[in-house]
Design a protein around this ligand. Sequence first.
Ligand SMILES: Nc1ncnc2c1ncn2[C@@H]1O[C@H](COP(=O)(O)OP(=O)(O)O)[C@@H](O)[C@H]1O
Ligand SMILES: Cc1ncc(COP(=O)(O)OP(=O)(O)O)c(N)n1
Length: 281
Amino acid sequence: MTKTPQTLTIAGSDSGGGAGIQADLKTFQELDVYGTSVITAVTAQNTMGVSAIYPMSAQAVHMQLEAVASDFELTALKTGMLFNSEIIKEVATAIHKFDWKNVVVDPVMIAKGGADLLQQEAVDAVKTHLLPLALLVTPNIPEAEALTGIPITNVSSRQHAAEKILSLGAKSVVIKGGHAMDRDYAEDYFLQANGESFVYRSARISTKQTHGTGCTFAAAVTAELAKGQQLKDAIFTAKQFIQAALSEPLNIGQGHGPTNHAAYKARIVEKREAHKIEVFY
Ligand SMILES: Nc1ncnc2c1ncn2[C@@H]1O[C@H](COP(=O)(O)OP(=O)(O)O)[C@@H](O)[C@H]1O
Ligand SMILES: Cc1ncc(COP(=O)(O)OP(=O)(O)O)c(N)n1
């Protein structure tokens, strides 16, 4: 009997359900993998912003990691909001100890409303302890700039930043283009250590319902890796997943509403020419 692929998200809880652990588990479910979770922080959050953050102790994170490791056969995992360097070190130690593969690092730093989801002191810990363990790192443009110190203003600086992230030890990187609002497309740039690169481009959807796009994208890549997909195919599926999730808004909440995780299964992207994903080499 074939086993359901088992995955893990190590991230913060979003009480509004649009990002963090909640977005990850919904994405795992929609893509037919079993999701486990290690909660690093509890945020009081809704579509209008983050009003409080309660980080878990390193010991609480440690015990959750041990519990998951002792019972599940993980074939991929992702990290999201890790908040401080103590938690980052605990997570890195577990990845080493349990020899977990297919590690997707979403270097979450700042929420849409401006709240710090990673303490400033912890940026170096992400670079030193986590990036060398990553099969894939998925920064948005501001996160890639913070990791590299390179302002991303054009295709060439984006490539330069991606190269610098690989030089920190990650095996591959995708710099997501959601923040390049001046374009009528949303373009993600992928580069891996052997020099191979791809650009994934879709039409930019004009919507306020964008809360949790980054978490959902990284969770979709993780789910596909857990099923044994090649990295570049997993990223393609994730791009389709987020395009569908953005194109069928739920219109929930008064601020930046959540994306619609259920839309991908309805195969909306494949049916609409305007929502096709183009891949450039
Ligand atoms: N308005 C949009 N239309 C289409 N795709 C988008 C839009 N905004 C973001 N995306 C896609 O969502 C994913 C997450 O990107 P981004 O918003 O940059 O990350 P984050 O949520 O971490 O800031 C990427 O695949 C990006 O191309
Ligand atoms: C608990 C928690 N984790 C991560 C985020 C950031 O999510 P992201 O997908 O980058 O989306 P936005 O914050 O840009 O909507 C979060 N807000 N909360």
